[in-house]
Design a protein around this ligand. Sequence first.
Ligand SMILES: *[C@@H]1O[C@H](CO)[C@@H](O)[C@H](O)[C@H]1NC(C)=O
Ligand SMILES: *[C@@H]1O[C@H](CO)[C@@H](O)[C@H](O)[C@H]1NC(C)=O
Length: 382
Amino acid sequence: MSTGALFGRGSLAAATLVALGVGVVALLLLATPSECARAFFVFGDSLVDNGNNNYLMTTARADSPPYGIDYPTHRATGRFSNGHNIPDIISEQLGAEPTLPYLSPELHGAKLLVGANFASAGVGILNDTGIQFVNIVRISKQLRYFEQYQWKLRGLVGASQAQQLVNGALVLITLGGNDFVNNYYLIPFSLRSRQFSLPDFVRYLVSEYRKILIRLHELGARRVLVTGTGPLGCAPAELALRSRDGEECDADLMRAAELFNPQLGVVVGELNARYGEGTYVAANSFRVHFDFISDPAAYGFRTAKEACCGQGPNNGVGFCTVASRMCANRDEYVFWDAYHPTERANRIIVSQFMTGSTEYISPLNLSTVLAMDAAASTRIIN
Ligand SMILES: *[C@@H]1O[C@H](CO)[C@@H](O)[C@H](O)[C@H]1NC(C)=O
Ligand SMILES: *[C@@H]1O[C@H](CO)[C@@H](O)[C@H](O)[C@H]1NC(C)=O
């Protein structure tokens, strides 16, 4: 029998069916490890970007050495750290692999079930934040990508499974720092600082953030971890540029964070009253960071005032590149570069999210959330 006969019309259809069957089995096999973990979606700025900016024409990028020097591959991935970032460590806690950047060509098929990372370094709550970085994925675009992701997911698993995956997912959103650092305080007499007093600017920011959080709920998010901004004035970049002695945290940026975080907390409380307690969980990043910035030695750090990788005063000027001065032991530093924590600091931050008291994270900590949600999903299965 010639092979030509084997691939007649009927057998071609059969062969296609077999191929499809194999495809489905392969998909299920691939899906197994991630299927036990809940999906994870990430939105926001460089603190949580897993590499979307690698695919864009922008200066806000971390895809060359020595970024990633302590990542398992020892390669720069676009994460703004020496190793794992905050979303990676949360993924670990979920028992999941790290989320892929939404723009990564690898994000298709079973990988979609893990979730996705939509964050883009340089963005803020406002569209005019980070314009100097040229081409970045602003938050409204990140939300549109989330819709696009859900079309793809429905194509893969059907509408009702897709809905379940999104509703059951953990969501992280980190925004706000750049609206101060890369907008209001970027240059003296910035447009926004001439338009708004700081308290009015913060009220405006929070009212815009509120719309973003509501939109996430409309798009199916039901567990949203919202992080405020850290003590921005204590970053090595700000100590180098704005502090008189290179020691004292910049008062304007500290005031900005102190105004912003409590108001964001109020919005989270209000939205929880509307959508259900614990739909949004507010992490007080200011408190979380401030502990080890004010007493680094208590956490085994040598310094919180100097970046590990950089140049100039506080090693906090400019970008971290192969030409920079790099510290010998990354684990002794809170800051990897002028703005971003080391992996070791990121691990402490996430452990506070996991088990901190309500001063750090409210109304529930993440370990309580994960335990509650696991119990609820077991009840559905049984
Ligand atoms: C930002 O831009 C998007 C898309 O152009 C728009 O829908 C949104 O309202 C803008 N946000 C603000 C705060 O102006
Ligand atoms: C946070 O998590 C820890 C460990 O799971 C738990 O013992 C503690 O009660 C939680 N705290 C709050 C305020 O929920």
